[in-house]
Ligand binder design. Structure first.
Ligand SMILES: Cc1cc2nc3c(=O)[nH]c(=O)nc-3n(C[C@H](O)[C@H](O)[C@H](O)COP(=O)(O)O)c2cc1C
Length: 347
């Protein structure tokens, strides 16, 4: 476990050469958080920075075309961090050198993805089973990466036994900042994220630590930032469900009253999502379009209610879908958008 004494809470923010610290990041979510979604979020205040979906790196791989376009065409005015997922140091080095010719503000190494297709290849979260390889990768990246280098990790694969060892590697190779999602890889997205792993990383590392996992309540986010254990917060599903969340956190940080959306404002957001996905899916027909929106609705529905979720999961046409939306959301009551399992009568 290494040096137990000398543990000091480490503070500080994440910077990308700008004067404004980056505190609130949108978590990368494959097939969800592309440039179109970043742009949509900007209408609601947006995050301080965006992380691309992971770029899979293997022998002979190229930078994913769509992600490259997102980076090149990013007009959000916010920094973009390119995330890479791979297991071979030489190929990772090749890709980060290419990435750094693009307007990326940082490079982030994926050490947490639990998807079976990824883990089977010993990439993402599966790397946590092989810390020697993590060390080789970090050594290579530390030399090749001139923009801020970060990692996004979980506390371990099966359990968190080697977490301190992992943190020591981040220290040794002077990673610029670290995101911790408090579930093991084995857990996937089940159960609740254990934020004690975020705090532990923040205590043991000199660099800023960004906390991630199940964030949905702006007041709670403020508490986490104020405790100063977190240099930043990264929000994924909570931001799809509630695109106002970054703005709500800023309002709460300024001591202002938090603006919660009404049902009708939520309805407007859903129509904007529909328009956004229509542009991407225009060639693939109505059912493909509806299925694409369901990816978002699966997260959003949790903030509205079980019956809404049940109904939207069963629709097959745009008209049916819009009719469910209107039945549930054509009202002026405020929505807190806390997901069902965390919602103790707050909505
Ligand atoms: C559909 C989906 C896709 C994801 N894709 C990625 C990814 O490409 N890279 C990554 O590091 N994490 C990925 N994640 C994990 C999220 O970034 C985040 O760590 C996780 O959802 C927990 O945060 P949340 O509770 O705020 O959503 C994905 C998660 C989901 C649900």
């Amino acid at each position: 476990m290494g040096e137990k004494e000398n543990i000091q809470p480490k503070k500080g923010s994440i910077f990308f050469g700008s004067v404004h610290p980056v505190k609130l990041l949108l978590a990368p979510m494959q097939d969800v958080t592309d440039l179109a979604f970043w742009r949509l979020l900007e209408r609601y205040g947006g995050a301080d920075a965006y992380v691309t979906e992971y770029i899979r790196v293997y022998p002979g791989s190229r930078i994913d075309r769509d992600i490259e376009r997102d980076i090149l065409e990013n007009n959000t005015g916010k920094p973009v961090i390119a995330q890479i997922a791979g297991e071979d140091p030489m190929n990772l080095e090749r890709i980060v050198r290419e990435l750094q010719l693009l307007p990326v503000a940082g490079i982030d190494l994926n050490l947490g993805c639990p998807a079976k297709v990824v883990c089977r290849k010993r990439v993402g979260g599966a790397l946590l089973k092989d810390l020697l390889r993590v060390e080789l990768i970090l050594r290579t990246l530390r030399e090749a990466v001139i923009v801020p280098l970060s990692v996004k990790c979980r506390p371990g694969y099966e359990n968190a036994e080697s977490f301190d060892e992992l943190l020591k590697l981040f220290s040794d190779y002077k990673v610029d900042w670290v995101t911790v999602h408090g579930r093991t890889v084995r857990q996937g997205y089940a159960g609740k994220a254990d934020w004690n792993w975020v705090y532990r990383a923040a205590e043991r590392l000199d660099c800023p630590v960004c906390g991630n996992g199940d964030l949905s309540d702006p007041q709670e986010c403020v508490r986490l930032l104020r405790e100063e254990k977190c240099g930043g917060l990264m929000i994924g599903r909570g931001a799809v469900r509630n695109p106002w969340i970054f703005q709500q956190i800023r309002e709460a940080l300024r001591g202002e009253q938090i603006n919660y959306p009404t049902g009708r404002q939520m309805l407007e957001y859903l129509f904007e999502l529909e328009e956004m996905t229509a542009q991407v899916e225009k060639s693939r027909g109505e059912l493909a379009h509806v299925e694409r929106i369901k990816k978002f609705l699966n997260f959003i529905g949790l903030g509205i209610g079980n019956e809404f979720l049940y109904q939207v999961r069963r629709v097959r046409t745009r008209l049916e879908m819009e009719s469910v939306w209107k039945n549930w959301l054509d009202h002026t009551e405020e929505l807190k958008l806390i997901p069902i399992e965390q919602n103790q009568g707050k909505n």
